[in-house]
Design a protein around this ligand. Structure first.
Ligand code: GLU
Ligand code: ZN
Length: 295
């Protein structure tokens, strides 16, 4: 049974980039007679502006995106993450390095500084600091349904990564690996900005004995300056009075060729058309798309 999900972080309102991810994950689930779940990735509640999670859910409702099971909140899942951390005991160590200490001696990897391993090798019996996961030189490969074959060597490309921060917050990588399995997710459809995170999640799945879902990484929509739409780049919040037009634009960017007549339809009719005509294989096989691209 197909189970997909949309997993927004409530750091700000949904923008057009979020709509692309929600649309593609929803349609791929529905076109495969599957379930579509929503998971709120509120791992860092003090930093999330109050009311954002409920605003996101209202926006999804306004767009006619209906989830099939109760929403899961990562802020309520700490016991599950703690249990996973406990299971990984043989692979983790405490790290008390400061950001500056790491930056001063680190090589650059795919996602910035590679942790130089200071606390991995030292006798750090500290009961403080972050929990880091030991990586290795085994090649991790997977076949992305959109981006094609992928390969990473974690120790070389990423380095030992944090599972729980010194301030006690769990990392995105740990929470996602645990929750995708907890929700029995079979297909992860999300933005290509997370493509490089996937091998870390697969590595965690293996160490924890969890299944690996199928992955499809969508082109990320970028603005005229070539920046990913996000709160940081001041992407506009989705306009819920303009749902049909925005969904049709998302469908065009996803290579689905919605007929112009659809612009006069109801949201429900648009979704019906889109489910019936959904083709994952029509999505452009690139990692970035300009926001105003025409199909
Ligand atoms: N919460 C992440 C984000 O909003 C997405 C996580 C995921 O889909 O795995 O960027
Ligand atoms: Zn350290």
């Amino acid at each position: 049974m197909y189970r997909g999900r949309f997993a927004p972080s409530p750091t700000g309102p949904l923008h057009f980039g979020s709509l692309i991810a929600a649309t593609a994950s929803y349609l791929d689930a529905k076109a495969n007679n599957g379930k579509w779940l929503v998971r709120m990735e509120d791992l860092d509640p003090p930093r999330d502006p109050p009311g954002t999670a409920s605003n996101i859910l209202k926006t999804l409702e306004a767009f006619g995106l209906e989830w099939d099971e109760p929403v899961i909140y990562q802020s309520q899942r700490a016991p599950a993450y703690e249990q996973a951390l406990y299971k990984l005991d043989n692979y983790t160590y405490r790290c008390t390095c400061s950001r500056k200490e790491i930056a001063d001696s680190a090589l650059q990897g795919i996602e910035g500084a590679i942790y130089p391993g200071t606390c991995r090798h030292g006798q750090n019996n500290s009961l403080q600091g972050a929990w880091r996961l030991r990586t290795d030189l085994q090649e991790i490969v997977f076949d992305d349904l959109i981006q094609g074959p992928q390969s990473q060597v974690l120790e070389r490309d990423i380095g030992d990564f944090v599972l729980k921060r010194a301030d006690q917050f769990y990392s995105y990588q740990l929470a996602v690996a645990v929750d995708d399995a907890f929700q029995n997710i079979t297909h992860v459809i999300r933005g290509a900005d997370l493509l490089a995170s996937t091998p870390r999640q697969i590595y965690l799945q293996r160490l924890l004995g969890l299944p690996t879902p199928h992955y499809a990484h969508l082109p990320v929509v970028v603005n005229a300056q070539g920046e990913k739409l996000s709160k940081q780049t001041l992407a506009a919040a989705l306009d819920t009075s303009n749902t049909v037009q925005l969904i049709c634009r998302a469908l065009s960017l996803l290579g689905q060729h919605p007929p112009a007549l659809l612009l006069n339809s109801s949201v429900n009719e648009v979704w019906q058309w889109a489910i019936a005509h959904w083709k994952l294989s029509a999505i452009p096989r690139v990692s970035q798309l300009p926001q105003d691209a025409r199909d």
